[in-house]
Design a protein around this ligand. Structure first.
Ligand SMILES: Nc1ncnc2c1ncn2[C@@H]1O[C@H](COP(=O)(O)OP(=O)(O)OP(=O)(O)O)[C@@H](O)[C@H]1O
Ligand SMILES: [Mg+2]
Length: 262
């Protein structure tokens, strides 16, 4: 069987925000289509910055960002906007438009950028709400009337309708959700990765959620990749940065192993 193509590749990326010290230092990793990576690391280690570079919101100072085998680091805004059509992004807070209904939020891109009629857009929105297991009847509700988990699923539905993505980026998708809502969102993310062959990055502090969806883990420590590999390799790593990161989770991991959850 041929090796799946890398959808995302960072090669020796170094980046500083204007006027600041480097927040990413020589970061390299790749993600083939249909695979997921969970990016973990302390607050401020540079995780969200990696997502911003992938979206082309910032350019690396050195190194290269490749999306679907294209070197996007030198792309113009017009070229970037084409690349972004391959990427769906779900932000930490769902980032829905407060003043628009759920239906308008999900259909936003099609309303703005396609010549579909309102009826056609509504049909697509209904279909997508069904896919993320939300009732059609919430179409006319406002985002603030929904629970956090529902808002997150609306955000995923919107990302899917906007981009038909080959890549999905999630920043803290389960933070603040109750366990049941978290499970639903995780299941949906996993389904998208497998069934649509999407390359997925999930940035999360929720290590136990990460175990449910990650093919592999990337640990960022102060802007550098401290680990990139499988769970068994993570658990047996003797790298000091990995040991420090895993320390708070050791007890849960042991319990899960004993009960054969992982
Ligand atoms: N727009 C910005 N301008 C200047 N510095 C920034 C900007 N955004 C982030 N930083 C700095 O870059 C570093 C990395 O931030 P980043 O948001 O990538 O961290 P993170 O790993 O996502 O943290 P968290 O887990 O808290 O979300 C931090 O030191 C932060 O203060
Ligand atoms: Mg962040």
């Amino acid at each position: 069987m041929s090796k799946p193509q890398d959808m995302i590749r960072l090669e020796n990326v170094t980046f500083a925000y204007p006027g600041g010290e480097p927040v990413l230092k020589d970061v390299s990793f790749c993600i083939p289509e249909g695979e997921s990576r969970v990016i973990m690391g302390q607050s401020g280690s540079g995780k969200s910055t990696i997502l911003k570079l992938l979206l082309g919101l910032y350019k690396p100072d050195s190194g290269d960002v490749c999306i679907d085998d294209e070197h996007v680091s030198d792309f113009t805004e017009k070229q970037l906007s084409d690349v972004r059509k391959k990427m769906g992004m779900v932000f930490q807070d769902g980032a829905l438009f407060d003043s628009l209904t759920v239906g308008e939020n999900v259909g936003f891109y099609l309303i703005e950028h396609s010549d579909m009629t309102i009826e056609q857009v509504e049909e697509k929105v209904r279909e997508m709400l069904g896919f993320v297991r939300l009732e059609e009847s919430i179409m006319d509700r406002m985002p603030e009337e929904l629970s956090g988990g529902m808002q997150r699923r609306v955000a995923i539905a919107r990302a899917l309708l906007a981009t038909a993505p080959k890549i999905m980026l999630y920043d803290e998708p389960t933070t603040g959700l109750d366990p049941e809502s978290s499970t639903q969102v995780l299941h949906l993310m996993d389904q998208l990765t497998r069934e649509r062959n999407i390359a997925t990055i999930v940035v999360t502090h929720q290590f136990l959620d990460a175990l449910a969806i990650a093919d592999k883990f990337i640990l960022i420590d102060k802007g550098s990749v401290a680990f990139d590999g499988s769970l068994p390799d993570l658990q047996s790593s003797s790298d000091k940065r990995v040991l420090t990161f895993l320390e708070p989770f050791r007890a849960s991991l042991k319990l899960m192993e004993r009960r054969q959850f992982v």
